[in-house]
Design a binder for this molecule. Structure first.
Ligand code: ZN
Length: 938
């Protein structure tokens, strides 16, 4: 295969290359133009991938099999699979397991590599390692000691979770070859003591998108402005098929790739995990940055991160390769692979290499030297193999500390979490199911439980509480109790020195001039994720012993619990819908919303009630869906029976419109007809890819709604006329402003005026609140009052007084929110607004991130506001800034514009599929929005 870099060969003959090498390279080029030499580092020392010989001759080298040298071309997943089949049929050190399928039907593999004798007893090894995690089953004593003496250590190496980080994928191929083919005594001995599990590509769909694009476009141009370094929006190989970042998905396990890999992890019980990435300027390996999740046992966690870090350091120093440790990549958020695996007992590590990915085959650094994909691969291969040999060399000590992780969990953890099904039965069942996927044991109470000192999630003083029978209890004295705590606790405290340092940085930034460059804060990701708050589950916790009879919840019994939770039954009789003049079902769950969407899509006519009413011996809440027999096809009862059973949503048959009490009945002049939503979502720049991916995933796959992605250039007046809902996902407000031309904004305004519903998320809401767009009168907190349209409403004398304007400006710049990394905040629910239909509580915890807060709308509705004392429930707030500026701001605004609405979400509903309690708000906007009564022709 011809080299894509041929034309550029001359550029990298640096001054450090010896004349003989130059002549050699020149000759090779003239004689064999098809084979080209590797780009050499400035010091002229090339990395030799095949220096760990002797090699077995029956296994082809990747370069021979593929027809190109490592780093000269990106290997597609399909080609990789053919190499894997070749190795599988010829190697006695390899077992290949298919652990799942991706959304694009690619196989997910887990490769087990070890000595033939270890491979012959893999099931036994798995089972014995599993017994180490449970001191209830295997107590300390000679049997345990014997096991630790003979068990191999399990090392999990995963590559390319971010599919565009190409060096990681290529490195995985090399590591596989080295482990299978090298007869280097050190490697062979390591395989006697270790089972290496390779997840060769955690994100095959994203990898294939990127590799195919880059192979077509990449020519090795090192200039940073070259097209090949700027991956198009629609490629974004970092993300999986659904445009999810898989290295943030391990809390919600929403993606099939995450489910498959974590299931395999829990089956194998690895002691070491290294997750290979590629997006830094220099190589990174642990020890990581602070904060470290405090649910981890600090001393042993750090001890092992240092041991593996130093082992990598030794290997890198031999090549004089620069690297960094203890910066940027922390171990705090439990949804990355390193922290997730650490909370499950492994030494979990992130490795970041420098070459490849968006830097392509070749990249010119600022100092003029060249960084190549090959360099990036070489470093990952070196780190991977150093990790395997270090693990094998420390096998027994690491296994002892692995066991100690679980023993200390049982000894130290006293907390119990109680989940009460209550009204949020559905979300409780979902949370229980998620905890079980995380390997966490859950029990169910058989009777009421009296707690003396139960704490809730809203900061109230602990007190007595009766937990009703049928609630779920998670006792953290269990193997994965640390993970359970990390997911369920209200707040995970951050390192106090780390927090002090952020305050110091803030003071330094505040002392700087307005135009002076500010220092970045060191938060790497969000600071709060408490699942009961995010999923809307009533929960309590206490350290009291469980004084109640409980039964373990198994996967099977949990399914039963889940079905019961759906208020329905698998019994078709129970969901049979008899004849009536009308049918009604409550909008009380996501399932009910999904059922309404299914009916609308099939062309059935649905009304909805603006107010509560009484019919069929039942109180029905506002937003109830009503289907009149007279206005629908005669098969309506059958269709309702079918959908009621499928969704677990009970349907009331109403036999007369005349109410059976003295309250209003099903008929009402205030009810209105629901238009079927025809929804488009903006795709392409300036949209933020993960927001777009999340919105499509939750609407299409979770709610059964059809959504049409449209790019800005195709969003014409004609297209707008065909839809009634348009979603603008999160994105930078300034980019939105740049991308949307004035006439396009005018078209949007006209379309909303004619009845369209424009739903804006995050940065798109900030864009819609920009006075220049004239989309809404909403404004953000701390926006320049002078250019604010509301200033125009000031009395004339106030506008004329320069002093007033100046002091107001100063005031407003002093009161700009400082960006927060992501916290949980208490919002007040306006239960008269259509956007909050289905919410029973006056309080809704919300996930708040960034520095854009919205002033309450004076013209429209404020469906959610941050009102009251102590808004912060969990996560980081800036003292004297966040709480004060959030207070009385609005989180969800509905700005009516003539016959339509502009709906501003200040936050991302459904964030990372962790925040399932907020999905409902978005569905309300879509299902009820286009039919709001202000649009009727009165
Ligand atoms: Zn990455």
């Amino acid at each position: 295969m011809s080299s894509p870099r041929m034309a550029l060969r001359w550029r990298h003959f640096g001054q450090g290359v010896a004349l003989s090498q130059l002549l050699f390279l020149l000759c090779t080029w003239q004689l064999q133009a098809q084979i080209h030499a590797p780009d050499l580092p400035a010091n002229g020392l090339p990395f030799d991938f095949y220096s760990r010989g002797p090699y077995r001759s029956d296994l082809p080298r990747p370069s021979d099999f593929f027809g190109y040298d490592t780093g000269d071309f990106l290997t597609t997943f399909a080609l990789y699979e053919s190499l894997l089949r070749e190795y599988q049929s010829h190697s006695d050190r390899l077992r290949v397991f298919t652990i799942g399928k991706t959304p694009e039907h690619r196989s997910q593999y887990l490769l087990a590599i070890s000595s033939p004798s270890n491979l012959a007893r893999l099931d036994e090894i798995k089972e014995q390692l599993g017994s180490l995690t449970d001191p209830r089953k295997l107590k300390a004593g000679p049997a345990l000691d014997q096991l630790i003496q003979k068990l191999p250590i399990v090392v999990w190496l995963s590559y390319s979770i971010h599919g565009s980080e190409s060096a990681a994928f290529e490195a995985g191929i090399q590591v596989l070859y080295q482990l299978l083919a090298s007869n280097d005594p050190a490697l062979r001995e390591a395989l006697d003591h270790a089972v290496v599990l390779i997840n060769p590509c955690q994100n095959p769909d994203g990898h294939e998108r990127f590799a195919t694009w880059y192979n077509a476009q990449g020519s090795g141009q090192p200039e940073q402005y070259a097209y090949e370094h700027h991956e198009p929006w629609s490629i974004t190989g970092r993300l999986n098929h659904n445009f999810f970042d898989l290295n943030r998905d391990l809390i919600s396990l929403s993606q099939p790739e995450s489910k498959a890999a974590t299931r395999a992890f829990l089956e194998w019980h690895p002691q070491v995990l290294a997750d290979h990435h590629g997006q830094t300027k220099e190589y990174f390996f642990p020890p990581p940055a602070v904060p470290i999740n405090p649910n981890l046992p600090e001393r042993t966690t750090i001890k092992w991160l240092e041991i593996f870090g130093k082992s990598n350091a030794g290997a890198f120093d031999r090549y004089a390769w620069p690297y960094f440790v203890r910066q940027m990549f922390d171990l705090f958020y439990p949804g990355y692979w390193d922290s997730w695996s650490s909370l499950h007992g492994a030494t979990g590590m992130t490795y970041e290499t420098d070459g490849g990915g968006p830097l392509g085959y070749r990249w010119r650094r600022a100092d003029g030297t060249l960084l190549t994909l090959r360099d990036g691969i070489a470093k990952h291969v070196t780190a991977s193999l150093a990790t395997v040999t270090a693990a094998a060399a420390n096998r027994e000590a690491r296994l002892r500390d692995y066991r100690e992780f679980f023993e200390s969990t049982f000894k130290e953890l006293k907390r119990k979490f109680y989940l009460v099904p209550g009204k949020g039965t559905q979300s409780t069942a979902e949370l229980v199911s998620l905890l079980m996927m995380q390997g966490i044991e859950v029990s169910r109470t058989n009777g009421d439980v009296q707690l003396l000192k139960a704490s809730d999630y809203f900061g109230n003083a602990p007190g007595e509480k009766t937990i009703p029978a049928g609630s779920f209890v998670i006792d953290t004295a269990q193997p994965y109790g640390r993970m359970a705590t990390a997911l369920l606790e209200t707040e995970t405290p951050e390192d106090s020195d780390f927090l002090k340092r952020q305050e110091t940085l803030r003071k330094a930034n505040e002392a700087k001039g307005t135009e002076e460059a500010k220092q970045d804060y060191e938060f790497y990701d969000v600071t709060a994720w408490s699942l009961p708050l995010a999923m809307g589950v009533e929960a309590y916790f206490t350290d009291e012993p469980v004084r109640a009879d409980v039964s373990a919840v198994s996967a099977a019994s949990q399914t039963v619990a889940f079905d019961a939770a759906k208020n329905g039954s698998k019994d078709p009789e129970a969901s049979h819908v008899g004849p009536g003049v009308a049918y009604a079902f409550e909008p009380s769950s996501l399932e009910a919303m999904r059922m309404a969407i299914q009916l609308l899509r099939r062309g059935y006519r649905l009304d909805t009630s603006k107010d509560p009413f009484h019919a069929g011996n039942k109180d029905m809440p506002r937003g109830t869906f009503i289907l009149w027999a007279e206005r629908n096809p005669t098969n309506l009862p059958e269709v309702l029976s079918e959908l009621s059973e499928k969704n677990g949503v009970p349907v009331q048959s109403i036999h007369s419109s005349f109410p059976d009490s003295n309250r209003r009945g099903i008929g009402s002049e205030t009810d209105f007809f629901l238009k079927a939503p025809k929804v488009a979502i903006l795709a392409g720049d300036p949209v933020e890819q993960t927001s777009y991916g999340l919105l499509r995933f939750l609407l299409e796959q979770k709610c059964g709604l059809e959504v049409i992605p449209v790019s800005l250039e195709n969003l014409t007046r004609d297209v707008l006329d065909q839809i009634n809902v348009l979603i603008l996902p999160d994105g930078q407000a300034s980019q939105y402003k740049k991308a949307l031309e004035e006439n396009q904004i005018g078209d949007l305004r006209d379309w909303v005026g004619n009845g369209g519903v424009l739903i804006c998320i995050g940065g798109a809401s900030e864009f819609a609140a920009d006075p220049d767009t004239k989309l809404t009168p909403s404004r953000i907190v701390g926006s320049d009052e002078k250019s604010d349209a509301s200033t125009e409403k000031l009395p004339a004398e106030a506008r004329q007084k320069p002093d007033h304007a100046a002091s107001e400006k100063k005031e407003s710049t002093n009161h700009k929110p400082i960006e927060i990394p992501g916290s949980i905040v208490k919002a007040k629910v306006n239960r008269d607004h259509f956007l909050t239909i289905g919410y029973d509580s006056d309080i809704l915890p919300l996930f708040v991130q960034g520095d854009v807060f919205f002033k309450p709308s004076e013209t429209g509705g404020n469906a959610l506001t941050f009102a009251g004392e102590k808004l912060r429930l969990s996560g980081f707030f800036w003292e004297g800034n966040t709480e004060q500026l959030l207070r009385d701001s609005s989180a969800l605004i509905d700005e009516p514009l003539e016959s339509g609405n502009v709906i501003l979400f200040s936050f991302q509903p459904g964030f990372r599929m962790i925040w399932t309690s907020t999905i409902r708000l978005l569905l309300n906007a879509i299902v009820y929005g286009p039919s709001q009564p202000q649009k009727s022709d009165d």
